[in-house]
Design a protein around this ligand. Structure first.
Ligand SMILES: NC(=O)c1ccc[n+]([C@@H]2O[C@H](COP(=O)([O-])OP(=O)(O)OC[C@H]3O[C@@H](n4cnc5c(N)ncnc54)[C@H](OP(=O)(O)O)[C@@H]3O)[C@@H](O)[C@H]2O)c1
Length: 207
């Protein structure tokens, strides 16, 4: 655990990757707050220190969640809904605003490998979500905060935690990252400045 980061808030803790990031952050020794729309989506034995019920699009909910925090992990997403959205961009704006108000500097955020591709190569059905990820990335890049922009390839539900993934900057290779290894990386970023202000891509070898 980082000496300077003890308290972390996760946005998107009830999602595929969020659900496996929360226990890893707790196991690493962090006090974890989550902002969730529906607390029933958290496992009954979750070890979050604080559950704030709210919506990332509501500024006051985001401010409430930010109370007492040292760092932020954003794993927002739209599940199987690929229709046009600005939820991640607008939510990230609210998060950045609340971070600045509280003097919180570190934010680790999940976007997608498609931001590292020429847009003409992105499958058309993925364009709307990619544009929202891009909006989020622009907000983070211009924030002046210590952001890590994580651009995963396919997030695999059925691959294990290996902790042996490869992290690259602005380069893509490999095809997938396990959701557990992705969560592991988010938590690892809390105790390292190595990837601050960078767009990073990561993949694992799973047999
Ligand atoms: N799947 C892939 O292979 C893949 C590959 C690369 C990148 N990505 C990107 O990686 C990110 C994480 O993906 P994932 O599949 O782990 O996420 P996910 O399962 O789609 O979960 C999204 C999370 O965001 C929360 N959320 C959505 N709208 C919200 C709102 N208005 N206020 C508060 N919370 C809200 C959801 O809460 P609820 O539980 O309330 O819905 C859920 O916890 C996404 O941005 C995704 O596009 C995915």
């Amino acid at each position: 655990m980082s000496a300077s980061v003890k308290n972390v808030v996760i946005f998107g803790a009830t999602g595929m990757t969020g659900l496996v990031t929360l226990p890893q952050a707790v196991a690493a020794g962090y006090n974890v707050t989550v902002l969730v729309r529906d607390p029933a989506k958290l496992p009954s034995d979750h070890k979050a220190s604080r559950v704030v019920v709210g919506d990332v699009l509501n500024k006051q909910d985001v401010k409430n969640a930010m109370e007492g925090q040292d760092a932020v992990i954003i794993i927002l997403g739209t599940r199987n809904d690929l229709s046009p959205t600005t939820m991640m961009t607008e939510g990230t704006k609210n998060i950045v605003e609340a971070m600045k108000e509280r003097g919180i500097r570190k934010v680790v955020a999940c976007m997608s490998v498609f931001l590292l591709w020429d847009r003409s190569m992105v499958p058309p059905r993925m364009i709307p979500v990619t544009e929202d990820h891009d909006g989020m990335y622009q907000v983070l890049k211009s924030s002046g905060l210590d952001y890590v922009a994580v651009m995963p390839p396919h997030i695999a539900d059925n691959f294990p935690l290996t902790e042996k993934y490869t992290v690259l900057e602005n380069v893509t290779r490999g095809k997938a990252i396990s959701k557990y290894d992705l969560g592991h990386f988010f938590v690892r970023c809390l105790s390292s400045d190595e990837w601050n202000h960078k767009a990073v891509w990561l993949y694992g070898e799973y047999s």
